[in-house]
Design a protein around this ligand. Structure first.
Ligand code: PLP
Length: 392
């Protein structure tokens, strides 16, 4: 149901495209070939596309404190994570061990499983019950033969923000390449690679009001990284394929806006997030998942006793509220499985099936939150009445 009464509260899954990012894309979507030649072509039309790419590269670099030449454009977060994990591993073929956290997005988790199937040993580092990776457990997992370690900056499900600076320092001291998935963190909290010694870092434009299908991998100068795509040698040979110029221009504009509006946006989101948390957890049997303070500014992740998450999501949808169940990146595509993130946090299967994720964004209004709390309250009450398993 899309209309005036529709309230979108699933910004961790994707965000609306900012009008200003759309405007930056339009010249490269139309038929004007003076602007949008192949960026590898020598003529002026190619140079125009190249110029747009380089301007966007500088903007994306500024968002994360990088040098423009350290930014490689990709098709999004998934490709960037694959390139970080597989590309770092391939660059040190003599090392056959990798370390990942147990709460990684499937883009990292499944890349690690792929390496495992190729004969790598994979150590998964656990998390606390509020979703934070333990730095000493992480340090103990590293070995001289570790090809790379990967931990996400902030978790996409429960919003837990990880001690990335500390983990990156440990890796730097031992000279182990460190890949960080910053897809949920970038644009929501300060991500500064000039201060935090990561080796590679994944970004995705559609998580901060840019277009979908475009992202970047930050690759620190001097880091040994192999490509995972082979072709014409674009993007310094690291990512062959004609660039998505319109997507890159939109990504650059969104990155620039995210840099300039970061504190304003996070303050706005935090206020609404906290109102949502106190309204929702006032309902008996509703509990917040993820660290209460070390969490993304826009994330509310709730376990609702006696209610099955998918029914709740569909009920809320019928009332005009779009929220996520478990991980929206996986649900709907990966079948009905308990979230590995919640299981890693020590929850049981049943609890894990009762979790919903509500994520606000820069255009969410205080009235949307008030309306949501009412809708949530009536949905939970009604579904509990229908549940043969619930009694209070
Ligand atoms: N990593 C995290 C933490 C995410 O939340 C997502 C979301 O989809 C991805 C990676 C994948 O990004 P993309 O959708 O751009 O492929």
């Amino acid at each position: 149901m899309l209309g005036n009464d529709f309230v979108y509260l699933d910004h961790a899954a994707t965000t609306p495209l900012d009008e200003r990012a759309l405007e930056a894309m339009l010249p490269y979507l139309g038929g004007d070939m003076t602007l949008r030649g192949n960026p590898s072509s020598l003529h002026a039309s190619g140079a125009s596309a190249r110029e747009a790419i380089e301007e966007a590269r500088a903007r994306v670099a500024r968002l994360i404190g990088a040098e423009p030449e350290e930014v490689v454009f990709t098709s999004g977060g998934t490709e960037s994570d694959n390139m970080g994990v597989l590309g770092l591993a391939a660059a040190s073929p003599e090392k056959r061990h990798i370390v990942v956290s147990s709460i990684e997005h499937p883009a990292v988790r499944n890349a690690a499983s792929y390496l495992e199937a190729q004969g790598y040993e994979v150590t998964k580092v656990g998390v606390s019950s509020d979703g934070i990776v333990d730095p000493s457990g992480f340090a103990e997992a590293l070995r001289p033969e570790t090809a790379l370690a990967a931990v996400m900056w902030a978790n996409n499900e429960v919003g837990a923000v990880q001690p990335i600076e500390e983990l990156a320092e440990v890796c730097r001291e031992q000279d182990i390449p460190f890949h960080v998935d910053a897809v949920q963190a970038a644009g929501r909290l300060p991500v500064d690679v000039s201060r935090v010694p990561v080796s590679t870092l994944a970004l995705s434009s559609h998580k901060f009001y840019g277009p979908q299908g475009i992202g970047a991998l930050y690759a620190r100068r001097g880091v040994r990284l192999n490509p995972i795509l082979f072709g014409g040698g674009q993007e310094r040979g690291l990512r062959s394929g004609t660039q998505n110029v319109a997507g890159i221009a939109g990504f650059g504009a969104a990155a620039s806006l995210a840099t300039d509006e970061l504190s304003e946006r996070s303050l706005h989101d935090e206020t609404l997030r906290d109102a949502l948390i106190s309204g929702a957890t006032a309902i008996p049997g509703v509990r917040l998942n993820g660290h209460p303070a070390k969490r993304l500014s826009n994330n509310v992740h709730l376990s609702v006793e006696g209610v099955e998450a998918e029914s709740l999501v569909l009920y809320l949808d019928a009332l005009g509220y779009a929220v996520g169940s478990g991980s929206a990146c996986a649900s709907g595509t990966a079948g009905h499985k308990a979230s590995p993130v919640l299981l890693a946090m020590g929850q049981g299967e049943r609890e894990a099936f009762s979790a919903v994720r509500v994520t606000v964004g820069k255009d969410t209004k205080s009235a949307d939150v008030d309306g949501f709390i009412d809708a949530f309250n009536s949905a939970v009450t009604r579904l509990r009445e229908l549940s043969p398993l619930y009694s209070n």
